[in-house]
Design a protein around this ligand. Structure first.
Ligand code: SF4
Length: 318
């Protein structure tokens, strides 16, 4: 049986006789860890390597360690499947909104959106021209409704803004869709805004549970030196906003969880370096998501699950 990791997930079995002294941080009890504690020293007196990560990287491992391995460890990386139409749609909408804020204030009008969307439209993955045209029309309608809710005079603090922060374990960086400066109960505060274009609506639990949003808030607070506790998911297809107000403690919990994931990843990588079977160190976690996985054709576990067509998520919207 493989040893349990800091988050309870098994990690790779160390090779017999590898003789490596385990690093102290990976074996620390969870309750002794603290988010954003000063960088600690390893046995040899040198600072331990920080785990460089984005929300996608942490999320890939949390979803399926094997997918993480295919994406970030195996080199050359195994071939990915074809591009997904829903990703094209999402990227097009995000880019159009980014360019909306790049316009001078007096040109931020709904009439500008068709040109912005055409200029950023990503064509990959659609079944045919008809489906693509339909997706474009829907995206334009979402954007037109959405910008009606925006104050064209208001410039966010950041649009597609990279925020970065270091903790005792992480060198985190991520690109927030938008960072607003608003007036809260205690004065000016930052708000993280994330655009969503998926089929299903979102609720406050989605905003509360999103590790990515929490890490953006944690990083933005430190980058801009202003409070940042509120996170929002803006679902363009329904025009709804799912929001959550974090506390210092809830943000720290999310950072701790991210650090635990990072420790697990580093332990798995060390196990492979020590000679463990990479399939043991990065176990497959097959499930319904395999049908949507870019590496389903490479992964023996995922090959059991029927693959989705690249446009399948678009069909589900009809
Ligand atoms: S196909 Fe499934 S089990 Fe395989 S890497 Fe992808 S998500 Fe993991």
């Amino acid at each position: 049986m493989r040893p349990a990791s800091s988050s309870g997930r098994p990690v790779g079995r160390p090779a017999a006789g590898s003789g490596r002294t385990p690093r102290p941080r990976a074996g620390q009890p969870a309750q002794s860890r603290r988010a954003a504690e000063p960088e600690q020293l390893g046995f040899d007196g040198m600072p331990e390597r920080l785990f460089v990560c984005t929300p996608s990287k942490l999320g890939a491992y949390a979803d399926c360690p094997r997918r993480y391995r295919y994406s970030y460890v195996d080199r050359p990386a195994p071939p990915k499947g074809p591009p997904w139409a829903h990703n094209s749609l999402g990227a097009s909408v995000h880019n159009a909104l980014k360019n909306w804020y790049a316009l001078p204030v007096d040109r931020r009008r709904p009439e500008a959106l068709a040109g912005l969307l055409r200029g950023t439209w990503v064509r990959d993955g659609f079944r045919d021209d008809e489906q693509e045209r339909d997706a474009y029309r829907r995206a334009l309608a979402w954007l037109e409704s959405y910008v009606e809710t925006l104050d064209p005079q208001a410039d966010p603090v950041g649009v597609e803004r990279v925020v970065a922060v270091r903790t005792a374990v992480l060198a985190f960086n991520g690109r927030a869709d938008r960072i607003d400066l608003r007036t809260g109960a205690s004065g000016p505060e930052l708000v993280i805004v994330d655009y969503k274009t998926g089929r299903t609506g979102l609720d406050a639990d989605d905003a509360r549970g999103s590790q990515a949003l929490a890490l953006y808030a944690y990083a933005a607070e430190r980058v801009f030196r202003r409070p940042c506790r509120r996170v929002e998911l803006h679902h363009l297809p329904t025009g709804t906003i799912a929001a959550h107000e974090h506390t210092t403690e809830s943000l720290a919990r999310q950072v701790t969880r991210a650090e635990e994931t990072a420790r697990d990843i580093m332990a798995a990588e060390r196990a492979v370096a020590d000679g463990s079977d990479p399939d043991d160190a990065f176990p497959a976690e097959p499930g319904p998501r395999c049908g949507w996985c870019d590496y389903r054709r490479t992964c023996p576990a995922g090959a059991q699950t029927p693959g989705k067509d690249p446009w399948a998520a678009m069909d589900r919207r009809d």
